[in-house]
Write a protein that binds this ligand. Sequence first.
Ligand SMILES: NC(=O)c1ccc[n+]([C@@H]2O[C@H](COP(=O)([O-])OP(=O)(O)OC[C@H]3O[C@@H](n4cnc5c(N)ncnc54)[C@H](OP(=O)(O)O)[C@@H]3O)[C@@H](O)[C@H]2O)c1
Length: 218
Amino acid sequence: MVSSIDGAAQGPDGRSGTLSNPADQRLLGVLRALADVVLVGAGTARAEHYGPVEPHPILTDMRARYGQPPAAPMAVVSRRLELHPSSPLFTHACQMTGAEQRTMVFTVDASPVERRSALAEVADVIIAGDADIDVKAVREHLATRGLRRVLCEGGPQLLAHVVRAGHLDELCFTMTPALTGGYATHILDGEPIIGSDWQLAHIIEDASTLFTRWLARA
Ligand SMILES: NC(=O)c1ccc[n+]([C@@H]2O[C@H](COP(=O)([O-])OP(=O)(O)OC[C@H]3O[C@@H](n4cnc5c(N)ncnc54)[C@H](OP(=O)(O)O)[C@@H]3O)[C@@H](O)[C@H]2O)c1
């Protein structure tokens, strides 16, 4: 996750991409290469025009040694399923993972049935929850596929839900040298979270950008 100095999770154009910089993008590429699966909320997938993860230029050999496909598959979380089946997120997925691994869509029982069937043509649609996604059920499903190291790329709604459910054990957080002002979303959205306790694991500076890694104490 990334924010401006004053805590905005979105740049002035309403996207997080504009807060990022080349070093942050390199870091994101490494985190993706270390992950078994990338989990993202549909809001972020839509705003940032998500496609499948691309293989890392250097780390694909390391993945192969651990029996992983060249790139981690993508898993999108959505209630409304307003995701276009012709999006590269679905149509280019197998090419990128180098395996018969389609993009997964985790949705809820209350999602529109016709959109579910349309997406099922191009993705693995999994129901995991009634009105809200059940994070434990999502992780259990991913584990049955051998996908245990889950990189959640947000956005703020999904990440807040993951934290509230007690499933975030590590946070990689970048602070970029920008002030954005206004009433911006933070990296976590929604109701306040009480009793969350984190320990700084490392902090690295590059061109006035701070790259931090935090570990949950409990
Ligand atoms: N600063 C950062 O590091 C960072 C990272 C990622 C994204 N962003 C920014 O955040 C903005 C998007 O924010 P957002 O909060 O809308 O993103 P989000 O969490 O990615 O997406 C929200 C959507 O995800 C689905 N969703 C989330 N939680 C769910 C749950 N518990 N159960 C079922 N579905 C759930 C719903 O999809 P449906 O609407 O399809 O039902 C919901 O509307 C974009 O501007 C993006 O650029 C910032």
